[in-house]
Design a protein around this ligand. Structure first.
Ligand code: FAD
Ligand code: NAI
Length: 507
């Protein structure tokens, strides 16, 4: 009996403590305390963007050292790896967003967050001009701000290669609005197919979904579409779901070229089982309102009717980035993006512009992993620069007083401190270059299966299947930037397991 009583009491204390701790943490998150005000003596760091690179920088940056201004057309961070899950309604949109102010309000010093799009950067005058593009605007909607340091992290935009009809008729899978648009269009195709009197030919067209690009985005989205069909639509549209076809079109000889051969084969065989057709060595030449024009491996051209085209064919630099690059024609010659040195400083500038993430042209793949590591690295660099400046100021102070001191002992102390300051300065003058640490590649391929290429010892472990899927879920759950997002995502997964996905169109 005693044992049971102790066990009961321990359980009670643990549960109450757990709930209390959870409540305390969440309330502390919700009600941040006062912050230090802007300090005129400090340098100003302007951060462009609120994506992976910028958010990682903001998380790690010590704002005691700087005044920080964030400018981004989106006032939130979007957790892109789970965007395909939003497109099919597995996750709700809000679950993978983190308002930027949730991060900046917890910093030591006030950080200014401005919802606006940077239109131009002047690297000589050291200014950024930005515009409020939102529907509601105040009297001022365009202005220019000076910076001491600029962190350029605006990412990239969808690459269309100038292929006719892509912008007009295809859905993208890059922003939140893209996922919402795709969900609407997909459901609309089904509802139109359910409209009485459609011919067989029209049914085939409406129920044919074409995904362009066999990179991870295209593969993950195809897998998610398949899950939606199998898990939910089969029940609610029994007469149609079996007729839905998914075709993945890839110009290269295989999908997922960044994964090992074994995992490519595994993905291809999983897709075969899932009845997702893969067309490799096939290039989309045009997107029309009701079809895609394909160039087959034998160079023949065929027009394929379809209800929806999702364009996931890679990225290219934004106009604002191209304009910035064009201002430094001698140093910036890489057409892929901004050339930077080992410390992420933009080539051809005086070291006041840092560029990170997808907008740069480096040897690394344009991934969230790279961008977030670069953001965290830059925070360390900024810390080092701030410490160096403090020592430079102290050195000037000591140098100015040392000759005025008459007392031997006092002079000795100042000279010793001067020597120590010099030592620190020498140490701080050496900036460690950015070094990327690859944590592995993961991708969801549908049917509760994922693939993973993970570095192990000096080699690589390639794994795929249901266990990898559980690993994929736990990896992304822990990578989400906040407790709130983790709870919301876990809750969505549970909700979908119990009640399924929604099958309606929100206009
Ligand atoms: P972004 O995260 O794109 O951020 C750019 C920011 O700049 C945004 O906040 C944007 O609003 C803002 N911005 C745009 N224009 C301007 C402007 N003119 N002025 C100011 N701000 C501007 N990578 C992985 O490693 N693993 C994955 O599983 C993975 N999955 C992905 C799934 C999808 C569907 C997609 C689309 C990408 C995925 N990626 C993944 C790639 C990853 O999202 C990018 O590499 C990463 O977002 C790059 O970070 P970034 O900070 O450079 O750019
Ligand atoms: P991507 O550039 O990796 O793949 C695009 C694919 O589209 C290419 O294979 C290309 O050959 C193909 N393509 C281009 N034009 C075409 C055309 N006209 N017709 C047919 N095929 C065409 O782009 P993606 O998948 O959007 O990924 C972008 C970046 O984000 C990559 O670095 C990727 O690694 C990363 N990412 C990583 C994920 C993960 O790790 N799970 C998930 C999604 C993206």
């Amino acid at each position: 009996r005693n044992f049971l009583q102790i066990l009961g009491l321990t359980t009670l204390v643990t549960v109450v403590g757990g709930i209390g701790g959870f409540y305390y943490v969440t309330q502390k998150e919700r009600h941040p305390g006062p912050q230090l005000p802007f300090d005129k003596e400090k340098k100003t760091v302007v951060v462009l963007g609120s994506g992976w690179g910028a958010t990682s920088l903001l998380k790690h940056l010590d704002t005691e050292d700087y005044n920080v201004v964030v400018i981004s057309p989106k006032n939130y961070f979007l957790f892109t790896p789970l965007l395909p899950s939003v497109a099919v309604g597995t996750l709700s949109t809000r679950s993978i967003l983190q308002p930027t102010r949730y991060i900046t309000r917890h910093k030591t010093r006030t950080v200014s967050v401005i919802e606006a799009e940077a239109k131009s950067v002047d690297p000589v005058a050291k200014t950024v001009t930005f515009t409020d593009n939102s529907e509601i605007q105040g009297e001022v909607s365009t202005t220019t701000l000076p910076y001491d340091y600029l962190v350029y992290a605006v990412g990239a935009e969808v690459q269309t290669f100038g292929i006719p009809g892509v912008r007009e008729h295809a859905c993208f899978m890059k922003e939140l609005a893209d996922a919402e648009r795709m969900q609407r269009q997909f459901m609309d195709c089904l509802e139109s197919a359910a409209f009485p009197g459609q011919s067989q030919q029209e049914l085939d067209r409406l129920l044919h979904m074409v995904v362009v690009g066999g990179g991870p985005t295209g593969v993950e989205l195809s897998g998610e579409l398949h899950d939606f069909l199998e898990d939910d639509l089969k029940s609610w549209y029994p007469e149609l779901a079996g007729k839905v076809r998914i075709t993945l079109v890839e110009a290269l000889p295989s999908v997922l070229p960044m994964f090992s051969k074994q995992l490519i084969d595994y993905t291809e065989s999983t897709f075969k089982e899932s009845k997702i057709q893969i067309l490799t060595k096939t290039m989309v030449k045009e997107v029309k309102p009701k079809s895609v024009v394909l160039q087959n491996p034998d160079k023949s051209i065929v027009e394929v009717p379809c209800g929806m085209v999702v364009w996931a064919a890679g990225n290219t630099g934004r106009q604002v980035t191209r304009d910035l690059i064009a201002q430094l024609p001698t140093a910036q010659t890489n057409r892929r993006g901004i050339a930077v040195d080992d410390h992420m400083r933009m080539d051809g500038t005086d070291g006041s512009i840092f560029a990170i993430g997808d907008c740069t042209a480096t040897s690394y793949a344009p991934t969230a992993q790279v961008a977030s590591q670069q953001g965290a690295y830059l925070a360390r660099i900024f810390k080092q620069m701030a410490r160096k400046e403090a020592f430079v100021a102290r050195k000037a102070e000591l140098s100015a007083t040392v000759n005025q001191i008459t007392g031997e002992e006092e002079k000795k102390t100042v000279v010793a401190e001067l020597a120590s300051v010099e030592k620190q300065l020498t140490k701080l003058s050496k900036l460690r270059p950015f070094q990327y640490s690859h944590q592995g590649s993961l991708a969801y391929i549908g049917s509760d299966k994922a693939i993973a290429d993970l570095p192990f010892m000096n080699g690589n472990v390639a794994t795929g299947g249901v266990a990898t899927f559980l690993f994929w879920r736990s990896a992304y759950l822990s990578t989400l930037f906040s407790l709130r997002n983790r709870v919301l995502v876990a809750n969505d997964w549970l909700k979908v397991k119990i009640f399924g996905r929604y099958v309606f169109i929100l206009v």
